[in-house]
Ligand binder design. Structure first.
Ligand SMILES: Nc1ncnc2c1ncn2[C@@H]1O[C@H](COP(=O)(O)OP(=O)(O)OP(=O)(O)O)[C@@H](O)[C@H]1O
Ligand SMILES: [Mn+2]
Length: 571
């Protein structure tokens, strides 16, 4: 430093020197100011205004856990090109985005600072600007950008086989099926009428949105929220020409499998009753109608909670005549079409519940509101396991389930595989929270991808029976949380964030839902349904608080020493 000041003295005049000093002071002052903003913004966002005891319940960790990294979001398929036995082979794959390598540094102090800077900008906007920017600010919050373990090759559900893949690999212990054939195989498929000729290669750029979605599924989530492909996928579902529509078997109510020209598919659930109809109080949960707007809203709610465990769902106005009746190859389905006394096109299909002339799906005159969910990869490529929920209802008008009779029920669940290790129990609690918020009593089963064994997320499929009643809550849905008194730390912090006025869950949901095409017809959730979300969120937070007053190990620590609320600077 002496040398430097000597040089400054030697070469620069006294005037320049004072400018130099002034600039240094300004630089330091700006940094102090920045630090001050970071603290204030992060603290207001993380600590709810009402709870004074809550901050003490957040354990403070002192070290940054360096084993955590976040993974690249932009080009998931490039990770799947093939198994890479050594790191040196990495260089052979120029398709791996440079970004992926840069992301290795994520989770570091500088990264947290980066996020904090962005937050300051976002924080300045909140309150001033309406709607959308609050949602942006929410998703920019560190709680929605937590460092994740770096994904290994076997953390991806599927991978693309490339020409360089040695043939003998198949004879290894490697049992996995490769997702895409070799590039040279592309041309050999037979072509069905209307379907596009497949021109995909291992290059991500050539993949349609549905394929990118499949290739982006990982061990811990169904999609990466920041992946640009999600926007393309939702647009794709909303606009693609419908080439095929057949009834999908499995389950109890009517649903259709749609096919698109580039071989993508969607699961359609039609609107069967007026959108705002509250479920009849005398109907059992298992007799309740499925609602298309519940499927759409559940996707957004799950995403807002930071889970990312529901396949993307959008709303679409379907022409029952030209987009179903005229094109279907399903004769049993086409036979159920009729014209109602009012002159509307109706159909009812074949299924266990509500598939009759008395419960038809009717257009106005042929426009039918429906939810379209992106299809998961075919079961032959990515088999799934279905698990019976330990808190499954009895599905009987008279019998009670074991969990309804035994207050110590959770103790036995906690000792039973797979709930006795890993994240399975807290994953189930996450699902419980989602279900209580939307009042879904119909979660009898859940599914996982077989490939990932027990160390994986739970798919939250089938949400059609949520959002049935806004005037009433269903406390029994919270039984797993109440009985086990266990919750992921990150989940709890996000729930608290969503109860802060700036990020109120109902406001966030309203904003998310306005992005859906069907909002043009009518809001997907009425105001009473949105208000019910805030009320139920408060109930969940109260249940957790009661747990914390009675028990010690309520929080499942998943932040790995990273606490975005108490230590915004890492060190
Ligand atoms: N997006 C999806 N992609 C692929 N398969 C799906 C998707 N959503 C649901 N499924 C599968 O379709 C089956 C039936 O769907 P769903 O559970 O929604 O119908 P349902 O009629 O409500 O069933 P149930 O009466 O059993 O509740 C599910 O078991 C699930 O495995
Ligand atoms: Mn169902």
């Amino acid at each position: 430093e002496q040398r430097l000041s000597f040089m400054v003295k030697h070469y620069w005049g006294p005037a320049t020197r004072s400018i130099y000093l002034g600039l240094t002071c300004l630089f330091l002052a700006l940094h102090l100011l920045l630090a001050f903003f970071c603290l204030s913004v992060l603290q207001t966002a993380c600590i709810p205004p009402t709870s004074s005891s809550s901050s003490s319940s957040i354990p403070r960790a002192d070290t940054q856990n360096n084993q955590f990294f976040s993974h690249s979001s932009s080009a998931p398929a490039s990770w799947l090109l093939k198994k890479l036995p050594t790191s040196s082979q990495n260089e052979e794959h120029p398709t791996q985005p440079a970004e992926a390598k840069n992301h290795q540094a994520k989770g570091s102090v500088s990264d947290v600072m980066d996020k904090a800077k962005k937050l300051i900008d976002a924080g300045k906007q909140t309150g001033k600007v309406k709607g959308g920017s609050k949602l942006d600010a929410l998703f920019k919050h560190p709680l929605y950008n937590l460092p994740r373990p770096e994904l290994q090759d076997d953390d991806w559900l599927l991978r693309v086989r490339t020409n360089e893949d040695p043939q003998e690999k198949k004879s290894d212990n490697d049992q996995e099926e490769d997702y895409l054939p070799k590039d040279s195989d592309w041309d050999s498929g037979s072509h069905e009428e209307g379907y596009e000729k497949v021109t995909w290669t291992s290059d991500v750029e050539t993949h349609p949105p549905w394929l990118r979605f499949h290739l982006g599924i990982s061990r811990w989530e169904l999609y990466n929220r920041t992946d640009h492909n999600l926007v393309q996928l939702t647009e794709y579902l909303a606009t693609q020409r419908i080439l095929g529509a057949v009834q999908k078997t499995g389950g109890t109510q009517l649903k259709l499998l749609l096919s698109f020209p580039n071989h993508g598919q969607a699961l359609l659930k039609p609107m069967k009753q007026s959108r705002d109809a509250e479920t009849d109080v005398n109907l059992f949960y298992f007799s309740d109608f499925e609602r298309h707007n519940a499927e759409i809203s559940a996707f957004h709610l799950d995403r807002l909670l930071g889970f990312n465990r529901i396949p993307p769902v959008i709303g679409r106005l379907i022409n029952a005549t030209s987009e179903i009746k005229d094109i279907t190859t399903d004769h049993k389905l086409s036979k159920t079409f009729f014209k109602s006394p009012a002159g509307n096109v109706c159909f009812y299909g074949h299924c266990e519940y509500y598939c009759s002339t008395e419960h038809p799906v009717c257009g106005k005159p042929d426009g039918v509101e429906a939810s379209l969910a992106a299809m998961l990869p075919d079961l032959t490529l990515a088999p799934r396991r279905s698990w019976r929920s330990p808190w499954r209802r009895s599905y009987s008008r008279t019998k009670l389930a074991q969990w309804e009779k035994d207050p110590e029920y959770c103790n036995s669940v906690k000792q039973t595989a797979p709930y006795n290790q890993g994240t399975r129990l807290v994953d189930l609690i996450d699902m419980t929270i989602l279900d209580f918020l939307m009042s879904n009593m119909d979660r009898h089963h859940y599914e996982t991808f077989e490939k990932f064994g027990n160390d994986t997320f739970l798919l939250h499929l089938d949400n059609g029976r949520g959002f049935g009643r806004h005037s009433q809550d269903e406390p029994s849905i919270l039984a797993p949380l109440k009985q086990c008194c266990r919750i992921r730390h990150s989940t709890l912090l996000r729930l608290r964030l969503l109860s802060v006025p700036d990020f109120r869950l109902s406001d966030m949901m309203r904003d998310c839902l306005t992005q859906d095409p069907l909002t043009a017809v009518a809001p997907l959730l009425s105001e009473p349904h949105l208000a019910a979300l805030d009320r139920r969120l408060a109930t969940i937070l109260k249940v957790v608080q009661t747990c914390q007053e009675k028990h010690k190990d309520v929080l499942y620590e998943d932040l790995g020493g990273y606490d975005p609320c108490s230590r915004p600077y890492g060190k």
